[in-house]
Design a protein around this ligand. Sequence first.
Ligand code: ZN
Length: 236
Amino acid sequence: MSESTTALVLFSGGQDSTVCLAWALDRFQRVETIGFDYSQRHSVELEVRPRIREKIVAIKPEWKSRLGQDHMVRLDALAAISETALTRDAAIEIADNGLPTTFVPGRNLIFLSFAGAVAYRRGASHLVAGMCETDYSGYPDCRNETVQTMARALRLGMDKEVLIETPLMRIDKAETFALAYKIGSDAFIRLVVEETHSCYLGDRSHRHDWGYGCGECPACQLRARGWEKWIATRQK
Ligand code: ZN
């Protein structure tokens, strides 16, 4: 258990942020969540968020009293300044620069700024976020150096101790499944598979072993590969 009592988790309803939420619930006395609504082309992630919050507290008895408020922040301005397939009807593919067309430049910096302000207001000294530089899709704002430099900027800018915890930073998607299993065993794996959403196309009509999604987009492929690798490791 951490000495600090409150953590604020950047929680989108995806696989990574759901594992981060469980990770935080295991460590902090009080855990609040923050989500961002920026006119995503598909609001599926926003729809699964309340369901995950509702179901996750059944995994461990102590989690129920720890899970606190959810903060939903509307960031319409983000859609206005981004050229992305998440907010416009453009095809999702890998662009010439190696980044998916869903890329919103510096998006995580914007999220962390807002999360920092909410954490300040709520008396939370820790932000928990699912950035990962291992098998991430090439987003430079997921790098550890970016995130920890942002933490320093928040500490200086708000004159307050703010730590950013990124439990998935050094692990791949298979290890994320392994971490989920370690934290909450089969019950939590079931929740991750059934309720979390990663598919860029917002597809909830196709069910795979690893969960719902189109199976084709980069997010689905990453999740499928991670699942298969984890299952193979388990069977050894
Ligand atoms: Zn997909």
